[in-house]
Design a protein around this ligand. Structure first.
Ligand code: CP3
Length: 323
């Protein structure tokens, strides 16, 4: 999950105060930061070190990531002129460092590597708002009041995201995750009309690659059926929706795998609290096939690293894992 590294002292040491997007352009650092958590604990997969803004920066969007705030876009995209500047991504030319980072990781890693991209609504929200936003009001207003501009923006984003995901798979990513983190701001009807078709075209564009896709958002309790219809082999569920309830909403264990969903704040509590809460998630999964144990969102920076390692071991002790 995002910003996962921040709770690790070795991560903070290696990152220093270098700009994160610059770090993402350094394949050796990308590889090392990707591998760090695996040197410490027995997690089942690695998540590529990158950021959802990387492909946008690579096609020339003036984006910065400010510590403590998040992505900032100096010239927000609010009209057809702004949208027309979003050109399609050419991975070998635009993000060679990402692909090289993946190849370096692959040489050392004996487990699956998860590549990723931001979802179209989430990236649109950063572009339109110009930065993080509590309610994505400007973005939703544009979506509702300027359907043609919205369609052009979403098509342009598909032209960035699909090549980015395909190239990561081509370079050696074994699974992909689409983080449409802020899609939970939308009513299901609006999501169905204004986001789902574009997400589906990304999903369709990955067809034939034989790389599973995890589709994730935050606060998506009401949106889970729609997100599942948009696509993804695995649907991520945040901690607000009980795992079994969310699973039923997307069609039940026979239809799809799920990923989730321990509340990340649990890991700030004492071990007995963590143990009880983790067991509750496992109980809701009830040993059915297709449960990927995970947090419901990213690891919080104040999380003690030892607790995460202990949680990983606990989940392994109490489940059967396919190897
Ligand atoms: O967690 C990991 O280390 C995996 C790599 C990863 C990062 N960003 C690196 C990162 C992933 C998967 C992301 C995805 C991401 N980035 C998302 C989607 C996932 C989610 O959280 O729902 C979003 C919305 C972003 C945008 C973003 N980038 C934010 C909100 C921030 C936090 C800014 C802050 O300081 O509070 C970032 C910065 C960022 N991206 C960090 C990392 C490790 C932390 C800052 C740093 O190390 O300098």
């Amino acid at each position: 999950m995002r910003q996962a590294g921040r709770y690790l002292p070795e991560y903070r040491r290696l990152r220093g105060d270098r700009d994160i997007l610059e770090t993402c352009r350094d394949p050796a650092q990308v590889a090392e930061l990707t591998l760090q958590p695996l040197r410490r604990m027995d997690v089942d997969a690695a998540v590529l070190f990158s950021d959802i803004m990387v492909p946008l920066a690579a096609v020339g969007v003036p984006v910065r990531i400010e510590a403590g705030r998040g992505p900032l876009v100096d010239e927000p995209v609010r009209d057809t002129r702004g949208i027309s500047r979003l050109r399609p991504l050419e991975p070998e030319a635009d993000v060679p460092h990402v692909l090289e980072g993946i190849r370096l990781v692959r040489k050392e890693l004996d487990r699956p590597l998860i590549g990723f991209a931001g979802g179209p609504f989430t990236l649109a929200s950063y572009l339109v708002e110009g930065g993080p936003s509590r309610d994505q009001a400007r973005t939703r207003a544009m979506m509702l009041s300027s359907p043609n501009a919205w369609d052009s923006l979403m098509r342009a984003l598909v032209g960035v995201l699909l090549p980015h995901l395909r190239a990561q798979a081509g370079a050696g990513a074994d699974a992909l995750q689409l983080f449409d983190s802020w899609a939970g701001a939308l009513a299901p009807d609006d999501y169905d009309r204004s986001v789902l078709p574009y997400t589906r075209s990304i999903v369709d564009g990955l067809d034939g690659l034989d790389v599973p896709l995890i589709h994730f958002g935050v606060g998506t309790g009401e949106l889970l059926p729609s997100m599942a219809r948009a696509g993804g082999d695995v649907i991520g569920i945040d901690w607000r929706t009980p795992l079994d309830v969310g699973w039923d909403r997307i069609g039940g264990p026979a239809s799809r795998a799920v990923q989730g969903n321990l509340d990340p704040a649990t890991l700030l509590a004492s071990w007995d609290v963590v143990e009880t809460a983790a067991q509750r998630v496992l109980d809701r999964a009830a040993s059915r096939d297709g449960h990927v144990f995970n947090l419901g969102h990213g690891v919080l920076p104040a999380t003690p690293p030892e607790i995460v390692g202990r949680l990983v071991d606990l989940v392994h002790e109490r489940t059967e894992r396919p190897r």
